[in-house]
Design a binder for this molecule. Structure first.
Ligand code: GLP
Length: 233
């Protein structure tokens, strides 16, 4: 793992956008994108830049089950707002949280991921060490799957909703096997609330109980952290 220490998320965004720029310079074609508050500064830098994704492909890590793409809490909505409305891709793939056949939807995503291998995958990290919506206990060899969100994640993510009852209980997520197949991974973490997860990801055992710990076994990972998130390393 290569570390980039920054003073704050804004500086992290500048460094994050540089990683995207380098990937484009190295002819990356497919980008794996994340949601949450963490990647916003990177997306802001990218949308301000002259980087061009109009002949590239994107995949998103996850989506809540049951939310329409027009719901402001859906990850479809988030991606349009922070990225695609300014920098469109030739093709952006997201899991469809309204799919009538969950099985068919997951199979569709896995087929697409096989067809278009990800060159650069951006990740945040949950307080419990989740990546995407791969919660603690998720087998490392899963591909796309349905997830029952943990109470911890529901509580944490409720800050974006009017009340906790509106937070979906289930989501679709790309699996850890697919994440690990990416050529390069960029994980960003900011703030004291991520310090425990970041420390365990780096120094703890590689265990399904801390999904991000699997990244210790990937050959090309860049971690951008601020001082608070790095405080327990
Ligand atoms: C959500 C997302 C993750 C994200 C995590 C952290 O649960 N599914 O992909 O990394 O939250 O979010 P934040 O960046 O807002 O702390």
């Amino acid at each position: 793992m290569k570390f980039i220490f920054v003073d704050n998320p804004n500086e992290g965004g500048i460094k994050g956008a540089q990683v995207f720029k380098n990937a484009l310079a190295n002819n990356a074609k497919t980008f794996g994108l994340a949601t949450g508050s963490t990647p916003i500064s990177t997306y802001n830098e990218i949308t301000k830049s002259n980087l061009d994704f109009s002949n590239k492909i994107s995949f998103n890590l996850d989506e809540y089950i049951g939310l329409k793409p027009t719901n402001p809490q859906s990850y479809h909505f988030y991606m349009n707002k922070y990225f695609f409305s300014v920098k469109p891709f030739a093709q952006s793939y997201l899991l469809n949280g309204l799919a009538t056949s969950e099985e068919a939807e997951l199979a569709r995503y896995d087929r697409l991921l096989e067809k278009y291998p990800i060159d650069l995958q951006l990740l945040g990290i949950g307080k419990n060490g989740h990546i995407g919506f791969n919660e603690p206990g998720t087998p490392f060899d899963l591909t796309s799957h349905k997830v029952k969100l943990t109470e911890s994640t529901i509580k944490t993510n409720s800050r974006f909703f009017n009340n906790i009852n509106e937070v979906p209980k289930y989501a679709f997520s790309m699996g850890i096997r697919s994440i690990m197949s990416s050529k390069q991974i960029l994980l960003e973490a900011y703030g004291e609330k991520k310090a425990d997860a970041v420390a365990k990801m780096i120094n703890g055992p590689v265990t399904e109980q801390l999904p991000a710990s699997i990244l210790q076994t990937h050959q090309n990972v860049i971690v951008i952290v601020d001082e608070a998130a790095a405080s327990k390393i």
